[in-house]
Ligand binder design. Structure first.
Ligand code: NAD
Length: 421
């Protein structure tokens, strides 16, 4: 058995699966499962998307209902493996009706970074670079005619000094990426302008890549949950849960994880990069120097609960997998998305809804009750229940309020014993 399978990338699917069988303990049945699961996208497409493909990994795709955003109703696809997330978002959206959510995205400006090392005179280099701003922007914009035609392109340059174990001059290239996530566009531009920057600074360009901290690509969303709908007392309880997250990083982390449950599910369903989104949102949460909750809550003069969220979302509706993944295309169409701005507005609303759903449950009945049914199904499967046994085992556990693997095994044994009788 070896992990060094030379030339693996050259093989077709069958030969790859044979190699895998020879070099693992997978049974023929398990290899067959890999072979069948490739059908989700097909070998050709998957193999064009990533390297060394042997199968496709599926996630459930559900739809969140009841969302009204800026006056328009939207059916929102969510790809996620965790129970209760989609139900939570749908419930929060329903409780926010009839007005629903409002949301507004900023311009779609991303930042590319070029690190210059061995610069002798920072002031002189900074001056020379800023003096040549126009030429540098022109050079950057020559790299992506399509982006320029779409109304985007490199717009500005900023020069920073970054001091750590060494001191560097760091150039920020600000690019309007329009409807793309923008990573490839920016990376290409950064590489293209680096020799000009070396020439102007007398230094050497080292790293040239975008930053995922998209501070100029911010989306804001808001909703009001009326006291007549969610209860006056519950609003005070929700605020207490929020104040806890605002003051404590341990709570804020889990609070923001809940927000990302919603955000990531839509990001994945639309073929966008959820790792980039995660990195950006968590960095943004700590921009003040203290890690904070990404959504805020307050009471308005009517005594209703106001929820507001602010996220740095770099999402595309062109580029990456957004157009190559067939289901991503369907999901974008389902939401009637016309621009990247619109997508980020929807995603921010789902993030806010998800957070509201979680803290509403946590402040009142706790999250386990609503969670129990699907959780019980998973526990039943874990205990070895066959498809025709899952429902009976999980229902019994929920009824008893005892959802545990040990109990699931006992119920299974009883069930099978009775059947044999
Ligand atoms: P891309 O390069 O596939 O497509 C973007 C291009 O589409 C633009 O550069 C432009 O030429 C063209 N385009 C056509 N119509 C457009 C419009 N209306 N608006 C804007 N552009 C339009 O994709 P990308 O968005 O540059 O990069 C996204 C991919 O890069 C993702 O798959 C991501 O995972 C990956 N990536 C991410 C990182 C990171 O996050 N750090 C780093 C490298 C790569």
């Amino acid at each position: 058995m070896t992990s060094q399978l030379a030339g693996f990338y050259n093989l077709n699917l069958e030969d790859r699966l044979n190699e895998l069988k020879r070099n693992s303990e997978l049974t023929e049945e398990e290899i067959q499962l890999l072979r069948h699961s490739i059908n989700a996208l097909g070998f050709e497409l998957s193999n064009r998307m990533v390297e060394n493909v042997v199968s496709c990994f599926s996630l459930p795709l559900g739809i969140a209902l009841n969302f009204k955003i800026n006056g328009t109703e939207r059916i929102i696809p969510m790809a996620i493996e965790e129970p209760s997330v989609i139900a939570g978002a749908s419930k929060a959206a329903k409780l926010a009706l009839p007005k629903g959510f409002t949301a507004k995205a900023s311009e779609q400006i991303m930042i590319g970074q070029i690190q210059l090392v061995n610069v002798k005179n920072f002031q002189k280099a900074k001056k020379a670079i800023l003096k040549n701003k126009k030429n540098i922007l022109k050079l950057a914009n020559a790299q992506d005619k399509t982006l320029i035609q779409a109304g985007g392109g490199a717009k500005n340059i900023e020069v920073r000094e970054v001091k750590g174990k060494q001191a560097f001059l760091v150039i920020h290239l600000l690019v309007d990426v329009r409807d793309a996530m923008g990573a490839n566009a920016i990376n290409t531009m950064c590489e293209a302008i680096s020799s000009k920057l070396e020439e102007l600074s007398g230094g050497e360009a080292r790293l040239r890549i975008l930053t995922n901290l998209a501070i100029h690509r911010i989306v804001e969303a808001k909703a009001i949950w009326k006291k007549e709908v969610i209860g006056k007392e519950n609003i005070n309880k929700i605020l207490q849960v929020y104040y806890f997250a605002d003051a404590d990083i341990f709570r804020a982390t889990t609070n923001n994880k809940g927000i990302m449950n919603g955000v990531d599910a839509v990001v994945i369903a639309t073929g966008n990069d959820f790792r980039a989104t995660e990195a950006a949102c968590h960095a943004y949460a700590s921009l003040s120097g203290q890690y904070k909750p990404l959504a805020k809550y307050s009471k308005n003069k009517n005594g209703d609960l106001v929820g507001e969220i602010e996220l740095p979302l770099a999402l595309g509706i062109v580029g990456g997998a957004t157009r190559t993944h067939p289901l991503a295309k369907v999901c974008l169409k389902l939401m009637k998305i016309k621009s990247a701005k619109e997508l980020s507005e929807i995603v921010a609303c789902v993030g806010l809804a998800q957070n509201f759903a979680a803290i509403y449950a946590l402040a009142t009945e706790g999250i386990q009750r609503g969670h129990m049914k699907l959780h019980a199904n998973n526990i039943a499967v874990l205990a070895g229940a066959k498809p025709n046994e899952i429902k009976r085992v999980s229902e019994k556990m929920v009824k008893e309020g005892n959802v545990k693997a040990d109990r699931a095994k006992e119920i299974l044994r009883e069930l099978r014993k009775n059947k044999r009788k």
